[in-house]
Design a protein around this ligand. Structure first.
Ligand code: FES
Ligand SMILES: [Fe+2]
Length: 434
């Protein structure tokens, strides 16, 4: 059931009794054993977003992704038929990693007509078929047709490329993403092809960084110095309240206000923002894209005039942020151990028409980086101290509902897996009361 307005009585959290309101444990973020279970229960079984179709512009375009949490490396390739496919990045001869450049643990990308193994020269076409075996007669009745690359389920949804490592998965991406995914279908993602990307190694559990982006309760405090001092004081005094929260199965979203793009009064923002008409919320002037005139129904669910941004937390590790001024941002959190992960923040804008527009985008990109660095440092400090287990129960407020939901979803996923490791992952609805 959808809740677009805060109820007259009670709270967002109390709409979902299963979430509870008591203090929560963060053992799931500091336990190596729990992380090993998450790898199998979550990352090896759910749909994972690995990129965008623009990264595979033509037949032969490919890129690899190192999915430590899912225990593999995958190749994403566009075939001569235009289809996007995914394969395990392993040669069928003796198991060498098939696609890599100088360093076997690093990701690679490019354009090719076929994949050739560096070890003994076996070749595979873009559809994964084995096309050449070095000294084939030396083998024993070897039938090349039986030695195609091991496939991985792969789907394109709204231009986003997804893989699922569980061969028994029967859910489409659209089914997996449910109502929250359906609500953004039709947004002009494909027209926003100017990309700015950050990638960083963070010394914290993957869920802790999602926590930091799934609540804005911290924003007026942790990011206080990002605003001019008068504004900063006002923001801290008034605190933060979202326009709306929504939870659907394993996924959640928060809709937020965005009065700074443009601000009511220019003095409210820093000089560079005044001059360039841009800031954290992106360039203030909307790009001319037809698809921005009418937004898909899932955006700005509260119908607020001061709407600024919707942040979707698509379980397990993909966040999609759609900003009112007409651009979007994605976050990926790729675990590398129980207390480390690789964070990727990618900003997507309409191609700039001139140098000024380009600079406006750069301002948004560097402002975002500054915020993310402030968040990232705090996460490492949090991880360190959680691991002491000196305190083991932590109170979460109503603006932290998505955190409560994320950690519960991850724990439930692990429990379901422990009870029945053979069954594919099935999203479980979170019952709501009105
Ligand atoms: S391992 Fe790839 S050709 Fe031998
Ligand atoms: Fe933040």
């Amino acid at each position: 059931m959808a809740h677009f307005e805060k109820p007259a009585e009670g709270s967002w959290t109390e709409h979902y009794p299963e979430l509870g309101t008591g203090p929560v444990s963060y053992e799931d973020s500091i336990s190596p054993e729990h992380y090993e279970l998450e790898r199998k229960a979550i990352f090896a079984r759910t749909w994972l977003n690995v990129g965008r179709v623009e990264q595979l512009p033509r037949a032969g375009s490919y890129f690899t992704r190192e999915l430590h949490a899912a225990g593999t490396s995958v190749i994403l390739a566009r075939g001569t038929d235009g289809e996007v496919r995914a394969f395990h990045n392993i040669c069928r001869h003796r198991g060498n990693k098939l696609v890599w450049n100088d360093y076997p643990r690093e990701e690679a990308s490019g354009v090719c007509r076929q994949f050739t193994c560096k070890y003994h020269g076996w070749r595979y076409d873009l559809e994964g078929a084995c096309t050449f075996v070095q000294q084939e007669p030396e083998f024993f009745d070897l039938d090349k047709a039986q030695y195609g690359l091991a496939t991985v389920q792969c789907e394109v949804w709204e231009g986003f490329i997804w893989v699922n490592l569980d061969p028994d998965n029967r859910l489409s991406v659209a089914e997996y993403l449910g109502d929250l995914g359906a609500g953004v279908v039709g947004y002009p993602f494909g027209e926003m092809t100017q990309v700015y990307k950050y990638r960083s190694h963070v010394g914290a559990n993957w869920k802790l960084f999602i926590d930091a982006f799934a609540e804005f309760y911290h924003a007026p405090v942790l990011h206080a110095r990002q605003a001019v001092s008068d504004e900063s004081r006002k923001l801290q005094e008034s605190g933060y309240e979202a326009l709306a929260y929504k939870i659907d199965g394993p996924h959640g979203m928060v809709s937020s206000w965005g009065g700074m793009a443009p601000p009511k009064d220019l003095q409210m923002v820093k000089p560079i923002e005044q001059k360039l008409r841009s800031g954290l919320f992106g360039p203030w002037d909307r790009p001319e894209i037809a698809g921005l005139h009418t937004l898909p129904p899932g955006l700005n669910p509260a119908g607020s005039r001061s709407w600024g941004i919707d942040s979707f937390v698509f379980f397990p590790n993909f966040m999609l942020l759609v900003w009112a001024p007409g651009w979007y941002l994605t976050y990926h959190y790729w675990p590398t151990s129980y207390n480390t992960h690789i964070f990727e923040g990618t900003l997507y804008f309409a191609p700039p028409a001139n140098a000024t527009e380009r600079l406006r985008q750069e301002v948004a990109a560097v402002t975002f980086k500054e915020y993310a660095l402030q968040d990232g440092n705090t996460l490492e400090a949090t991880q360190m101290m959680l691991e002491t287990r000196a305190v083991t129960a932590f109170p979460l407020n109503d603006q932290e509902i998505l955190l409560r939901h994320l950690h519960k979803t991850a724990r439930d996923c692990v429990s379901a897996y422990e009870q029945d490791p053979k069954s594919p992952y099935t999203p479980v609805p979170v019952p709501a009361v009105s």
